[in-house]
Design a protein around this ligand. Structure first.
Ligand code: FAD
Length: 353
């Protein structure tokens, strides 16, 4: 049986909820379909010690400030999950959980959304599928030969399972630095490998400054001024307290990227080797856009060409929360509110008789 509504939002993480908040304010009939059994999106799957890089009030969705977590300036992931669960309840957002969206097709004046719980016929779709379901691993020679354990950021939980092991962490971004620091503080035999030397933001800069930098960049571009470089110009790694402590204790010395994996470890270009029991790839994610393949909208780097949040070649599709290409800082809690509002307004225009 085909169900009908005006808008389907695919994904019920923070981006999907922000979209729901603004659609509801505009009185637009919609449903939010989320594959997971529980609220919280990707925040349910982070490692145990992860702390936000912004204080609570700078990590808030539209309409409701995130409450302060007692005793913590930077809230943990469980606090974010609680906040998101409360948020969707407070605004009575129409989230349906445990529903997997497999494909979106054009269907005359409508879009047809195929799910494992039946089809929906709608007039617009907002994609808020995030990235955590699509971990990215670089093509490094020898990856199949390595006989130890390989895992990605999403599978890492805590240092306990690596006790007594030699671990190589690959990646010079926030995930790599934080996981390396987590292991180093626990006394694990660690080799940290980065493509270029670690580039820390100044110690007094946290997510607040990142948001300001992204906003300044958007303003500059909107007003036709020179690109300020945004967040990328500040550095790659927020010197969050555990990272700073590990770095200052001399526990975070990065080596350049190795050129190949061997059966028992890794080898660098100059022939030096390191033995390892595990390699943790903190090498990022790609947008989870497989359900939109049938619309044939793929641009470069797995993105879809957008004007704001709207897909250039399919104005009934909006993309939300994936990063700067879908709105400055849109892949953050505080940054997704504005593009969500813009997407909802554009959808309202589209639906206007
Ligand atoms: P998600 O949270 O991934 O939600 C997407 C939802 O869609 C999921 O529930 C998923 O299961 C569902 N879904 C996907 N595909 C389908 C489908 N086909 N059908 C149905 N459902 C589907 N941001 C900050 O603001 N502050 C921070 O301190 C911060 N720290 C971070 C640290 C790390 C290590 C990482 C990885 C990210 C961090 N972020 C931070 C970034 C950002 O806030 C998160 O990545 C955020 O979870 C993205 O939200 P989202 O709603 O776009 O995606």
């Amino acid at each position: 049986m085909t169900q009908r509504t005006d808008v389907v939002v695919v994904g019920g993480g923070q981006a999907g909820l922000a979209a729901g908040y603004h659609l509801r304010r505009l009185g637009i009939e919609h449903v939010i379909l989320d594959a997971q059994a529980a609220p919280g999106g990707a925040w349910q799957h982070t490692w145990d010690s992860l702390g936000l890089f912004s204080p609570a009030q700078y990590s808030s969705l539209p309409g409701r400030l995130m409450p302060v977590q007692e005793g913590e300036l930077y809230p943990d992931a469980a606090h974010v999950v609680d906040y998101l669960a409360d948020y969707e309840k407070r605004y009575e957002l129409p989230v349906r959980r445990g529903v997997w969206v497999s494909a979106v097709h054009r269907d005359g004046a409508f879009l047809r959304v195929q799910t494992d719980g039946g089809d929906w016929q709608v007039r617009a779709v907002i994609s808020a599928t995030g990235t955590w379901t699509r971990p990215f691993l670089p093509a490094v020679p020898g990856r199949r030969e390595f006989t130890g354990r390989q895992l990605h950021t999403v599978q890492y939980k805590n240092p306990a399972e690596f006790t007594g092991q030699r671990v190589i962490v690959v990646g010079g971004g926030n995930s790599g630095a934080q996981i390396a620091a987590d292991l180093a503080h626990a006394g694990i035999d660690l080799t940290w490998v980065t493509q270029r030397p670690p580039h820390y933001l100044a110690d007094d800069i946290d997510g607040r400054a990142l948001f300001d930098a992204a906003t300044a960049r958007r303003r500059a571009l909107d007003e036709g001024r020179t690109d300020t470089g945004g967040v990328a110009a500040l550095g790659d790694i927020v010197a969050a307290p555990p990272v700073r402590a590990a770095r200052d204790a001399g526990l975070l010395t990065a080596k350049p990227m190795f050129t190949q994996l061997t059966a028992t470890g890794v080898r660098w270009a100059d022939g030096t080797m390191a033995e390892a029991d595990a390699v943790i790839w903190c090498t990022g994610f790609r947008p989870a856009l497989a359900p939109f393949a049938a619309l044939r909208l793929r641009g470069s780097r797995g993105h879809i060409a957008t004007a704001g949040t709207r897909a250039v070649d399919e104005p009934r599709l909006h993309l939300l929360g994936y990063g700067d290409w879908t709105g400055p800082a849109s892949a953050t809690l505080i940054g997704v509110g504005r593009p969500a509002r813009d997407a909802a307004r554009e959808v309202a225009e589209l639906l206007r008789p």
